[in-house]
Design a binder for this molecule. Structure first.
Ligand SMILES: *Cc1c(COP(=O)(O)O)cnc(C)c1O
Length: 418
């Protein structure tokens, strides 16, 4: 597919909409997403999997905007959630509760209750004490809770340590040695029904081997379980497939699915996948405007109107995202650190970038559709940015820019202390 963000006569477009028009209409900073790209990414997964029974449960935390969830719900997507907030978003967007898997190490009792009430597909359980809690909550409600165990297969996903989740030292999943005993125990827990097993070994994984190792590990467990007459409905390989931000060479969706599919043919259970980043990352950019250029003897800074509160990946993981101009100027380039207005030296979006820019120019921070807005905050009392969805020649405001008043509305009407 032709890139959905591309230049026409030196000006950058999202599908058929000029990004300048979006900036003029909705202001900056502003997230812009391509409807076509999100749909195509999801469909690519679905089509690659067509020969085996499968469910794609989009990881909501990557980008949880209601309109994007709605788009995916229309494609019949399932959802991987990590909180009640995400569950309510999925329901509000018209998602099917029967296609929801609930992950996360710290599910509160009320959130478990709500998930049972609306009838989710299953809980991905991460500890023995969580099993006990789910059993207890289900008993109080006279329900049988469908559960799957999330295994920690102790596999090095070779990604940034903050987003590696499948090693013994990580808080996630159940240690391999404890899995079989726990499965036997579930048989004796009155209000639980064990229906699956899964793992999620990390994010932004750019090699295929860790996924294969993880799947082998799960398949081995399934054999052991079936030898004990415990049969499961599904195996869940999690998310984590990486994308190209700079020069990474991740497997394509097709190659990734193909490598897994070969191990799954002729099996009697479904496969669940929980992709997040790979569905939305390259479908989004963050549009920002240059406020000031600041030159010193040591460095050139381009101070822009987006900061680490809007897009935290560069500060948090030292992540590299391409930064390109909306208009290609023909004057000579200089090397800049692209920084935001937030009062932290970690507030940068990119370092040592060659750009021909002047104050007032618009820039696009590329591949910002995943873990962009969803990780944003209002630090420094900065209202969070607007979000715009582009569909061919249409632009739709899918989240209004936060207002100043909204920043402190929960603090008003409080009795005076002094
Ligand atoms: C974050 C997460 C995902 C999605 O990961 P991506 O790298 O965005 O594909 C899937 N499953 C679980 C349990 C997660 O925590």
């Amino acid at each position: 597919m032709k890139d959905v963000f591309s230049y026409k006569d030196n000006e950058l477009f999202a599908e058929q909409v000029a990004l300048t028009d979006i900036a003029n209409q909705f202001g900056t900073p502003c997230y812009v997403y391509s409807c076509t790209k999100i749909e195509n990414n999801w469909l690519e997964f679905d089509e690659a999997l067509n020969e085996i029974p499968h469910r794609i449960c989009y990881a909501v935390k990557a980008n949880s905007n209601l309109s994007i969830l709605q788009l995916l719900a229309k494609l019949n997507s399932g959802f991987d959630i990590v909180s009640q907030g995400e569950l309510e978003r999925v329901l509000r967007a018209g998602g099917d509760s029967q296609k929801v898997v609930f992950s996360g190490v710290g599910k509160p009792a009320e959130e478990i209750k709500r998930a049972l009430d609306v009838g989710i597909y299953c809980f991905n359980v991460e500890s023995e004490s969580e099993l006990e809690r789910i059993n207890q909550v289900a008993k109080q409600q006279n329900k049988i809770a469908p559960v799957a165990l999330r295994i920690n297969p102790n596999i090095d996903a070779r990604t940034h340590p903050y987003i590696a989740t499948g090693l013994n030292q990580n808080k996630f999943g159940i240690e391999l040695a404890l899995v079989l005993p726990l499965c036997r125990q579930i048989k004796n827990m009155s209000n639980l029904n064990l229906i699956g097993i899964g793992c999620h070994i990390g994010s932004q994984i750019t090699e295929i081997e860790p996924f294969q190792e993880a799947l082998d590990c799960l398949l081995e467990l399934i054999e052991q379980l079936s030898a004990e007459n415990i049969s499961l409905k599904h195996v869940d390989i999690g998310g984590g497939l990486g994308i190209r931000y700079r020069d990474e060479n991740p497997p394509s969706i097709h190659d990734y699915v193909f490598a897994l599919r070969n191990k799954l043919k002729e099996r009697k259970f479904d496969i669940i996948l929980e992709p997040g980043r790979v569905i939305v990352a390259d479908a989004g950019i963050l549009l920002t405007r240059v406020e000031y250029l600041k030159h010193s003897n040591h460095k050139n800074f381009a101070i822009v109107d987006a900061g680490m509160n809007d897009l935290v990946r560069p500060s948090l993981y030292n992540a590299w995202q391409d930064i390109i101009p909306i208009y290609k100027n023909d004057f000579s380039k200089q090397t800049y650190d692209i920084v935001g207005p937030v009062c932290e030296s970690s507030d940068f979006l990119g370092k040592n970038r060659e750009l021909a820019i002047q104050p007032g120019d618009l820039l696009a921070i590329c591949t910002a559709g995943a873990y962009g807005f969803s990780m944003s905050s209002s630090y420094n009392s900065r209202p969070r940015p607007a979000e715009v969805l582009v569909d061919k020649d249409k632009m739709i405001l899918i989240r209004k820019r936060e207002t100043i008043q909204e920043l402190y509305m929960h603090e008003e009407g409080i009795p005076k202390w002094i």
